[in-house]
Each structure stands twice: as structure tokens, then as C-alpha cells.
Write a protein that binds this ligand. Structure first.
Ligand code: AOF
Ligand code: ZN
Length: 349
């Protein structure tokens, strides 16, 4: 493997340590190489904290080595004052000779300016090493800036005969379609995304908490659709374990609680429900969401073609009747058996 690719690959690997904690900032990875030895590594701190380059540079004891080093980074170093000062200034201050970058930053505050600044100060800058891999790694960040909406992951579990739930009210206890290992994986996924969304019926039928319990990590922001003001305050989604955003109607009684916010969309504009939700979420700085059902909610996002990935479990049970799994078309990118469950991941491209 070519030398630059080897180190950018390492950047992507360590960047994943930031998954679930940096959003809506990108999870960037950085390594500093001196005479073909990695002398420092860093990844983006939790939101509002230090950027990857700063974390890497700070771990170098002998700063004079930096003048003869190459800094590798998945995303263009920033050039603006946000919650933290510009990384490009720090790189320039330490006179790092060569900067190798995976892909450009699409945040309009940066977008090429970081590179200009580095070049203007005399650094050698190489851009576009493993560019596609870096763009894929930063998929949430790029979707947010380039498509003005969060990265959308649809998730559901279906029986072998294609049902996502038994017929309404025909069950009292939770009916699991997938095994405990698959369910644990879903908790890991929840911790990785900034928000989780379900429809009204899912809350009324299943009373889910939508929190992360079978994995370590933060709870996502809970987003719940409630067109007809049907959700009881006793529902688990209103417990104080996470922030909850209700997508409601203007005539709704507002719930007064620091953890619960209500936003409004025009429900009469039936063809653009998902689109309106996306715009609400974008305005709330949410750059990724996992949609966990039910049928109607999933189908709304599919019908408006507002989804990026579908993660579908197929268990070994047969229901014979019930709520049908959503209909969609996607390209299979991954398939795995989890004991008797089959997980397939589809991309919408
Ligand atoms: C980098 N390295 O590790 C990250 C970058 O408010 P701030 O200061 O945290 O800036 C956030 C913006 O900086 C973010 O929108 C993106 O453009 C860039 N993120 N840049 O050089 C990093 N996380
Ligand atoms: Zn930065």
C-alpha cells in the first residue's frame, strides 16, 4: 500500500473513537509521522472540545520534531474561530512541513480556506488521499452540509414472512422478532447517532424508552411524531433520561419541561412530511438520525426518498399476519448472520 494511504487509513481508524460524541461536528482523525514513525495520534474530542489536529499536536513532547514531520488528517484543517481556534494556525505555528488531507471540509466557514491558509504559509499540502473513504467516513457531516438534512438510517426487524409487528392490540407483552444479540447491536447504533425517530403508533403500542441500555454510550435525542396530540405524558419517551422533541401541531398543548421541546410542521402538506421533519432537524443542528418505525413512519421516509441506509433484520419467526415490512429499493452493501437473525444493510444511491 502507498505510504500516504497507509497513514490516512490509520486516521480513519482512530477517528472512529469519536463516533457518537462529536456530532454535529465531524469525527476527524489525525496522525503525525516523523521519518516513517507515527509520533502522535489524535481524534476529535466530544462536541465543543478540541479538534483532532490539536489533540495530536498536544501529545508531541519534542515539538521541534514537528518541523520535519508530515501531518495526516481525514478532513481539511479548519480555518475559522468556532468553539475552538483554527487548526490551520496551530499547524502553521509549529511549521509542520507537509500536510496530507483526505477530503475538503464542506462547512461553508472552512471549505478550502484551511488549505489556502496552509499553502500561503509555505506548507506542502496534498489533498484527496483515500478521498472516497474519507467522504464515506464523514457521511453524516457531508449529508448535513451538502443536502441540508441529517443522514437518515432506517431500521426495522421483520419476520421470515415479512411482518414487522403482529396485528395491533393482539399482543400484551413485547413481541421480539430478533434475538438479544441483534437487539444489543441496535443499542450500539442508537449510541452512534445524534437522534432517534419513531411515529405516534410505535409509542402508543410499544411504549419504548428509545434509550441506550444494552450498550455504553449517550442516549440519542428522541424525536416523536404527534400530529393529533395523542401522546400521554406517562409515556416512557417523556422520562428524563434524554431530550425529547415532539413534532406536533400548532394547536397542541405545549408540554413545559426542560427536556421536552415541541416543534411544528404543516401536517396538511402530506407529500412533504419527511422533508419538513428534515428541515426542522437541520435547524436543530442534528446531523444523523435512526428511524425505528413503525410501518407508516418508515414508509413516509421511503416515499419521499429521504433515507440513506436501511438496516434490516430478518428473524426466524413466522407471524402469518400483521403489519407489513416497508417496501423499498436499495443496494445491498452488507449482510451478516447474527445467530438465527439475518442483518442486511442497503444503501439508497
Ligand atoms: C478540524 N478538525 O477535528 C474537526 C473539524 O466549533 P468548532 O471550533 O469545534 O468547529 C467546528 C467545525 O470545524 C466543524 O463544523 C467542521 O467544519 C470543523 N471540524 N475540523 O480541523 C476536527 N472536528
Ligand atoms: Zn480544526
Amino acid at each position: 500500500m502507498k505510504i500516504h494511504e497507509k497513514y490516512i487509513k490509520r486516521c480513519i481508524e482512530i477517528a472512529k473513537n469519536g463516533l457518537g460524541s462529536t456530532a454535529p461536528n465531524p469525527m476527524v482523525g489525525c496522525v503525525i509521522v516523523h521519518k516513517d514513525h507515527i509520533i502522535a495520534e489524535g481524534y476529535t474530542s466530544p462536541y465543543g472540545g478540541a479538534h483532532a489536529e490539536v489533540n495530536a499536536i498536544n501529545t508531541v513532547n519534542n515539538k521541534s520534531l514537528l518541523k520535519e514531520s508530515t501531518l495526516y488528517v481525514t478532513l481539511e484543517p479548519c480555518s475559522h474561530y468556532g468553539k475552538t481556534p483554527p487548526c490551520s494556525d496551530l499547524i502553521i505555528k509549529h511549521q509542520i512541513k507537509t500536510i496530507v488531507i483526505g477530503c475538503l471540509d464542506s462547512n461553508p466557514l472552512v471549505a478550502g480556506k484551511g488549505i489556502e491558509r496552509l499553502r500561503a504559509s509555505g506548507c506542502e499540502v496534498i489533498v484527496g488521499v483515500l478521498e472516497d473513504e474519507c467522504k464515506l467516513h464523514h457521511k453524516r457531516f457531508f449529508t448535513y452540509h451538502n443536502k441540508n438534512r441529517p443522514y437518515i438510517i432506517l431500521k426495522w426487524a421483520q419476520t421470515l414472512d415479512g411482518f414487522i409487528a403482529p396485528l395491533s392490540k393482539s399482543h400484551k407483552l413485547p413481541v421480539w422478532i430478533t434475538n438479544a444479540y441483534s437487539r444489543q447491536l441496535v443499542h450500539k447504533w442508537r449510541a452512534e447517532e445524534q437522534a432517534i425517530l419513531v411515529g405516534t403508533n410505535t409509542v402508543l403500542e410499544d411504549n419504548p424508552s428509545l434509550t441506550v441500555r444494552d450498550w455504553c454510550g449517550k442516549n440519542p435525542i428522541r424525536v416523536v411524531m404527534d400530529q393529533f396530540n395523542k401522546l400521554p405524558l406517562t409515556a416512557n419517551i417523556f422520562n428524563n433520561q434524554a431530550r425529547t422533541i415532539i413534532i406536533g401541531s400548532k394547536n397542541q398543548n405545549l408540554i413545559s419541561n426542560t427536556n421536552i421541546e415541541t416543534v411544528f410542521i404543516d401536517w396538511k402538506d402530506q407529500a412533504n412530511i419527511a422533508k419538513q421533519i428534515c428541515s426542522v432537524l437541520k435547524n436543530l443542528n442534528i446531523n444523523s438520525i435512526i428511524v425505528e418505525g413503525g410501518h407508516q413512519t418508515l414508509q413516509t421516509f421511503i416515499a419521499e426518498n429521504l433515507w440513506d441506509e436501511a438496516r434490516v433484520f430478518t428473524g426466524s419467526k413466522i407471524f402469518e399476519n400483521g403489519l407489513k415490512a416497508p417496501e423499498f429499493k436499495g443496494r445491498t452493501i452488507y449482510s451478516q448472520l447474527i445467530l438465527d437473525d439475518n442483518l442486511t444493510i442497503y444503501l439508497n444511491d
